[in-house]
Each structure stands twice: as C-alpha cells, then as structure tokens.
Design a protein around this ligand. Sequence first.
Ligand SMILES: Cc1cc2nc3c(=O)[nH]c(=O)nc-3n(C[C@H](O)[C@H](O)[C@H](O)COP(=O)(O)OP(=O)(O)OC[C@H]3O[C@@H](n4cnc5c(N)ncnc54)[C@H](O)[C@@H]3O)c2cc1C
Length: 484
Amino acid sequence: MPETTSPATVLVWYRNDLRVHEHAALTAALADGRPVRALYMLCEQQWQRHGVAPLRSWYVLQSLRELGETLARMGVPLDIVNAGDFAEVPRLLGKYLREHTVARIYCGREYPLNELNRDRACAALAASAGVEIVGFDHAVLVPPKLLMSGQGTPYTVFTPYRRAWEKWLSAHGPLPAPTRRRNPGSSVLFAGNALIDAALSGLAVPESLTSKWQPGELSARKQLRRFIDAGLSGYRQRRDYPALAATSVLSTALSAGTLSVTECWLAARPALQDAASREGAECWIGELAWRDFYRQIMANFPRLARGEAFREDTRYIQWSSDNSRFQAWCEGRTGYPLVDAAQRQLLQTGWMHNRLRMVSAMFLSKHLFIDWRRGEEFFMRHLIDGDFAANNGGWQWSASTGTDAAPYFRVFSPIRQSERFDPEGEFIRRFVPELAGLSAKSIHAPWRAPVPPDNYPQPVVPHEGVKERVTAAFRAARTMMESQ
Ligand SMILES: Cc1cc2nc3c(=O)[nH]c(=O)nc-3n(C[C@H](O)[C@H](O)[C@H](O)COP(=O)(O)OP(=O)(O)OC[C@H]3O[C@@H](n4cnc5c(N)ncnc54)[C@H](O)[C@@H]3O)c2cc1C
C-alpha cells in the first residue's frame, strides 16, 4: 500500500526533553487516539556552533538511546533524523511529515533565540502542509511570558518574581500527568542505535569523564528519589560546602530533560508540611525558581542570546585581554586554591558546584577583569549540564552585568570564600594534590605558609585593590554611556 494512504499519525518531536514521565507532549499525543511516532533531529554541527561540551553530547546521545528503547516498549517508534544544523531542520521536517502522513505535531517549547527561529520556520512549513503544531511549556514550572510585574513588564528582580511564581503555582500548579497509555499496536524495535553509535564515535570523550555519569531518565529519577529522601532536609545548611556533596546534582538531567522540573517540584512539595524538612524544601524549590527565572529572562530579552550584557552601561567596559592569565584560570593555575580546585573539578568531572561557579566566575570577571563571555563559553565547552539560560544568568550575575546581579562593588575574596566554605581544605586537597600536605590554616593562602609548596604557583594577581579597580571601571563605563 502506498505510504500516503496509511492512516494519519501524530508526532512527538523530542528536543531537550528526553523522557517519558511528566512529558506533556507525549501524554497529549497518546491521548489523541491516533498512532503515535516520535522524532529526534540530531544536530551535531549546531552543537559545535553552540560550543556544547562533548561530554554533554555523550550524555544526550546515551539518554536518547535509552529513550528510544523505552518508547519502543510502549509501541512508539522513535526516528532519529540526522539534520546537521538547525538550518536543515525545516526541510527535513517537511520531508518527514510527507513520508509519515503526520496530522499533528506535539512538542515542548524552547526559548533561546536560535531555537525560536528554527521553530518559527517549522511552524510556517507545517501550517502550509496543513499540520498543526501543539507546544507545551513542560521544561519550566511557570511559562516564561506569563508573569508580569505591576508595570506590565517582565520581572527582572528575583525576589518579587519568586513571590509571583509561588502564588501562580499554588493557584494553578502542575498536577501529576495522567498515567501514560500505550500506542495502539504492539512493541516496536528501536532502529536508531547505528546513528547514535556513529555520533558517539566522533566525540572522543575520555572514559575518566563518562565513567562519572549515568545518562538517561531511569537513573535521573532514582537520583531524585535519593536526594528527596536523604538530602533535601539538610539542603539549606549544607548546600554551600563543596566537600559535602550536599546538592542534588540533577542539573544535567534537568537541562537535557531526562528529568522533568515538574516531577522535582511535586517530589519536594510534601516536605514543606514537615517541620524538619521545610527549610530544606523551601530552599531547594527556590533553586527551581531561579531556573525558571533565568529562562523567562532569556525568553523576554532575546538580545542576551546575541551575547549582549543585560546592563547596557557595561557594554563600555574595557575588559583585559591578558591571555596568559585567562589560560591560568582555565587550567586551574591561578595560585588561589579554591578557584583552582573549582576549575580542576570542572576539567576532571564536567561539573562544578554552585558556590564554586560563583567564586570562579567572579574571579575571572573581577580579579582578572576578563570578559565574562570568555568564561561563559569555557564553561559551556566543559559542563555536562551546560544550559544557555542558567549559564548566561550565572555569569552575568557574577560579573555584575546582569539582571538582579551582584552589585559591581561586591567582590568575593577567594581566600575568605575558601576559609568559609572549605574550612578544613578537604575539597581543595581532593583536586589540588600539590597542597595536600598543608594544614587547614595554610591551605587557603599557601604563599603565606611557613614553607610554601614549590610546585604550586604564586597568585596571578593580588586580591588587594581589586574592588577599587572594578569600581572605577564600572563608574567609567557609566560615565561613557551617559556622555554618548
Ligand atoms: C557562573 C555560573 C554558571 C552556571 N552555569 C549553569 C549551567 O550551565 N547549567 C545549569 O544547570 N546551571 C548553571 N548554573 C547554576 C547552578 O550552579 C547549577 O544549576 C547547580 O550548581 C547545579 O547543581 P545541582 O543540580 O546540585 O543543584 P541543586 O542545588 O540541587 O539545585 C536544583 C536545581 O535547580 C537549578 N538551579 C540551581 N541553582 C540555579 C541557578 N543559580 N540558576 C539556575 N538554575 C539553578 C538546577 O537545575 C539544579 O539542578 C550556573 C551558575 C553560575 C554561578
């Protein structure tokens, strides 16, 4: 029988949402009543253009394999189309719609600029073919253009955003998605393994990195359960100490969508009723709010996706172009133990603790006065959880160029941060073995030790004077903007 006479199917177009649980698009497609197919457009060149870390690509590809097999057991074939980059996606989608007699597409919405442009082109093409696209905001708890301030403008300050966010969620909060139904028909075979293997073979990610991570939805959901049971109640007190590993480390799963943020929120909510765990749950839910906050910033201010700073006056800042200092920061050789331990954690594991991301980003943008965009890009090239909105938000917060950012005169002392958040030097010793023999007193500033280690560098810049230099540069930038 020719393909065009086969019954119409509905399509779930997978992107950064590689899961079957709490997946609004899949749930809606299965409830539609027609046969369901799923599609993933593989865009390796686009990943390269976006500077995605090979480790993250590895995580996505391995998770895709698990997804394909899970969907196959549900009777939903997952097709992987090798598109290369976003520019090719509309044409290949058009071809796919014709070949499979697709009547409707269900997908999750994405908010960064390139993704929006891709989706606009696809929507026009689908409309001309009479195919409806139904989008869902299942990557966030609150859709990004929904909450507006009293002035009718997007929120740019976190605290009032969080208040409105909580209020909206209490009134309309997501309910658990209804139980999934199987596709009409029996199990199918997943046919995408060869394409995944080919893509993986081009990545060359060392096993020392991949062995630290467990891709896929199954493991992400287990990790969430473990964190809720064992980590949530103490989260507020313990989360800032990198040696304790007291955070959820779910950012990779959340950014690739192997775990749904709705599932996280629903799992943490019951702890709010328990006096012993309320504080921890409130604090952790607050981090989920930060995640939504930066996504709505990205959606409402698309100029950020073109590399612009949120604060316009900071465009006039003359950043340092000292490449040898930048290189020392990249490699964890700044002479500041906590910064170096942070950077080495990133290089050796593909992940960095949140406190350290702030310390390290502030060090690059304030002590070394190097353009935050260089750090943002470096993080993206190494982070397994590299997420455009959160990374850009975190960098602009640290560099004081962003919305609701740290004020420019606030400069973390890398020594004081080290004494406060790694008091025994336990985390430093793990990643900077040259300092393993120093006492807890000396390890934060080894150049002051009675016998400084001779295989560890002197500080690349002194901490003293940084605040004054940064303050002067920010003031000069403002004056320059005002005189234009
Ligand atoms: C300079 C800088 C760069 C960053 N780059 C990224 C990035 O590329 N990808 C990324 O997911 N996060 C990024 N963050 C935010 C944060 O550091 C990580 O989300 C967090 O360290 C992940 O650890 P976790 O999963 O254990 O978080 P938990 O403390 O367990 O928090 C739970 C979840 O909330 C979200 N979250 C937590 N803190 C933030 C935050 N400040 N902003 C937005 N979402 C948050 C994450 O999805 C996280 O998994 C960055 C922060 C800074 C300061």
